[in-house]
Structures are given as C-alpha cells and as structure tokens.
Design a protein around this ligand. Structure first.
Ligand code: ATP
Ligand code: MG
Length: 276
C-alpha cells in the first residue's frame, strides 16, 4: 500500500466477515470466509481485485456498500474520504457518490422493461435522452429498451446492468465482474468507460477474473486468496516471468495465464480453469 501520490478515497483495513448459520435444524455455527482483507483506492485510481472463485471479492464489495446479508457480521475498519464508513453513511452514498455494478444480472427487475430500468434515478426531463445515449454507447438497439430482462442475452443484460449502475458524478465506482460473456468490442467500451471515470477523478474498484483486461487500465492489482489480501502490486509489475511480484501465489497466478508459462497444474489445483 505505497499509494502516496493519490489522495485516499477508500481504505479497507483488516476486514473479516463471518456468517452465523443454522444446521441440523437448530444448531448454530459461525463460518468466517473473509479473514483479513485490505485495499486502498486513491482518487482517480483504478485498483483491480483478482482472485479465484470464492476468495471473497464480492463480499469485499458488498461490505463496502453495506449490502451484506442479514446474518453477516464484519470487523475491521473502512474509511471513505478519511471518515469512518458507518452503515448509515454507506446507505447515503450508495447509488450516488458510490456506484455499484453488481456481478449478478438478478439485480435487474424481471417485471420492468430494461429501458425504464436505465432511467431510474435520472431526472425525468433528461432520462430518456440519457438512456438512448447509454444504449448507443453500449451497443444496444433502441428497440431493446422495450424488452424485459428474460428476453435479452447474457451479454446484453450485462451491458444494461452497466448502463443502470453508472452515473455521472460518482466518486467511487465498484464494478463486480462487469465483463464476462461480453463481445470484445463492448468489453473495450466498458474498460474505456471505467478509465474515463478515473480520468475525471473517480476511484474504481474493478473485480475481475480477467487479469489481462484489467491490466489494460488498472494502476494496481489487489490479489485475494482465501479471504486474505496476499499482495497489492503495481500493475506494471505484471510483466516477464513476474519477478517483480512479491508473493508466490501472485507469481503463479501470473504464470498460469495462457500467454505466459501456462502453468496448467496450478490452474487446476489452485485457481480453477474458469477464473482464467
Ligand atoms: N451469504 C453467505 N453465507 C455464507 N457464506 C457465504 C455467503 N456469501 C458468500 N459466502 C462465502 O464467502 C466466500 C467468498 O464469497 P464471494 O462471493 O465473495 O466470492 P468471490 O470471490 O466473489 O467468487 P466469484 O469469483 O465466484 O464471484 C465463499 O466461500 C462463499 O461460499
Ligand atoms: Mg463474486
């Protein structure tokens, strides 16, 4: 965390998250999938968060946004613009200064036309115009606006989700896997859009399995394994054989990419094919 050049926007320190669960009917147990996460995002900075499926990336996002499930408890410290992020503050910031692009398309309302959903939260007089612009930007046809979520493909839904979530004037954008199943052209549009936000001074947390795409725009990369941050590396350190990466896990993650050594054994055992 040697982020001295940029003013800190979001700081997460020693975050742990546990869930209380009932099993066998009445017995209660506590599980703790998140043990020690930390991440810091400066103004105008893009930090990619990478790690295997189940490592805790979405929970990190949900904790910052204050949308963890009711049976979750968290400990640690979260600061936004230098002030403690209380649950009340999170609720105020959510959807305004802090935008969220969720991982699941289930966040869309199945009973509302997608065009209308993009207009939510926009001023009435300009809502339709902005929706049209956003649809054009993300390669959606005007007529798609009249469709319901179940009538759209997975890739189209992700683009709609992006259009509903991201608003001008946000200071922090949290994007949870915004790109799977997306056409390369739209992928590059989404990355460009995130880079644009950072140029305007917003901080971006980009959660992704796609390290190569993330490296196109990220300043730093936080690597998460089993609910712990193992390393926060400069994006530039992901080069060559990864000699400049400090943690062994990060080095292996990097070398497992097809364009590097393609360490198949590591992919199977430690990361799972789907995350690369
Ligand atoms: N509501 C919950 N109750 C209990 N455990 C949970 C709950 N939500 C998540 N977990 C556990 O926490 C861990 C981290 O989950 P999380 O969804 O953050 O993973 P992720 O890194 O986002 O994975 P993916 O890349 O597949 O989206 C997982 O082991 C998961 O089983
Ligand atoms: Mg996730």
């Amino acid at each position: 965390m040697n982020n001295t050049s940029k003013k800190p926007l979001l700081q997460v320190e020693n975050l742990s998250i546990s869930f209380s669960q009932y099993f066998k009917g009445t017995q209660k147990r506590v599980i703790r999938p998140i043990v020690d996460l930390h991440v810091e995002i400066g103004e105008g900075e893009i930090v990619a968060v990478v790690g295997a499926s189940g490592s805790g990336k979405s929970l990190l996002a949900h904790a910052v946004l204050g949308i963890l499930p009711g049976n979750a408890m968290w400990e640690g410290r979260m600061l936004y613009r230098g002030e403690i992020l209380t649950e009340e503050r999170k609720a105020q910031l959510r959807g305004g200064e802090i935008s969220f692009i969720p991982q699941s398309v289930n966040y869309l309302d199945p009973l509302m036309q997608v065009g209308k959903q993009v207009q939510i939260g926009l001023e009435k007089s300009v809502a339709q115009g902005i929706q049209k612009e956003l649809f054009q930007q993300y390669g959606l046809k005007e007529s798609d606006g009249k469709l319901y979520p179940h009538e759209l493909s997975g890739g189209m839904l992700r683009r709609v989700l992006f259009a509903t979530s991201v608003r001008e004037g946000g200071r922090l954008v949290i994007a949870d896997e915004p790109t799977p199943g997306i056409h390369p052209e739209i992928l590059s549009e989404i990355l460009k859009q995130l880079a644009q936000f950072s140029k305007k001074g917003a901080g971006v947390m980009l959660i992704t399995h796609d390290i190569m795409s993330a490296l196109e725009i990220a300043d730093r990369v936080a690597v998460i394994k089993d609910g712990r941050t193992v390393e926060i590396a400069e994006a530039a350190a992901f080069e060559g054989k990864g000699e400049r990466l400090k943690d062994e896990y990060t080095q292996r993650l990097w070398r497992a990419l097809p364009q590097n050594d393609f360490d198949l054994e590591f992919q199977r055992k430690d990361v799972g094919m789907q995350c690369l």
